[in-house]
Design a protein around this ligand. Sequence first.
Ligand code: MEV
Length: 322
Amino acid sequence: MTDGPIPAHGLPVVARAPGKCILFGEHAVVRGQPEILLAIDVYTQVAIRSSPEWALNGHAEPVAAHRYLQEAIRQLWPGAAPLNVTAVSRIPKGSGMGSSAAFVAGLSAAMGAANGGIDRATLAQQSFAIERNAQGVGSPGDTSAAAAGGYLTLNTEVGAVGEPLWTVESARERWVVRRIADPGWVWVVAYSGLPKDTGPKVRAVGERFSSPEGPELLRRFAEVANAGLRAMARDDGPDTGRLLEENQELLRQVGVSHPRLEALLEAARPSALGAKVTGAGGGGSIVALPKPGQETDLVRRLARAGAVPFAVGPAPRGVELI
Ligand code: MEV
């Protein structure tokens, strides 16, 4: 079931949006291949209120430098009165856990409410357009997770399980976003402390996908993501873990791993069914599926290896007014 529309609400208005964790298919999804991800129960809260001048967290200067805020103003708030925007986030910035998508979805929901309300499919489309214009590249996976909550797939194979939510289009690609059932698992995400910058990483991987070996790489990313979906649907943790490792091997081949991330994957191994980089990579986080009953052990191992681990589950709802 999809949450309902964002209702109309006068200023001030506060919205809260979840972060995300990608299980299969990051990078390849930018080229229209399948992705599986979940919105996670770690949130960004965005408040907007009337103000004599534009301000972000009480200061005028950062507004001009904040590309996501600038893009949201251009697309959703043109010519309108200045706002004081306040953002509070538990999602570490640059961690691969979707802090920018959550900020964008929270801000779009708040502006949408102040503009008379907005339905969720439009919100997902707008949030994607804002994030993509600010970054220059990308797919609607992260912003759809922030908009919808729960477990989602993009462009998984025809006939795949799942309730269709919406379709998002760019000039080049088209993505069908579906909700899939929650397998009821806990995931452990561990932030390496190395921030990443999504735009440059996505562009570098895009060059690999445009090289002669690109089509075969994309085919293998798709094969692993579709197999991952089937393994999750039959509640098969060990096979899902094996496929996470296969996905990681492909991420290594396109150059988004890092010695620090490899050290975390190694540290996770004794307590995990499988683990991989999550998000754009080059820094950011890994995600691991704990062996049954070993969640705490896994968190401990990753903390000992110097990461900031989070045991996460699906955020039950997408962005909402609070
Ligand atoms: C970033 O969280 C995921 C990427 O696939 C880029 C995107 O989908 O926008 C690397």
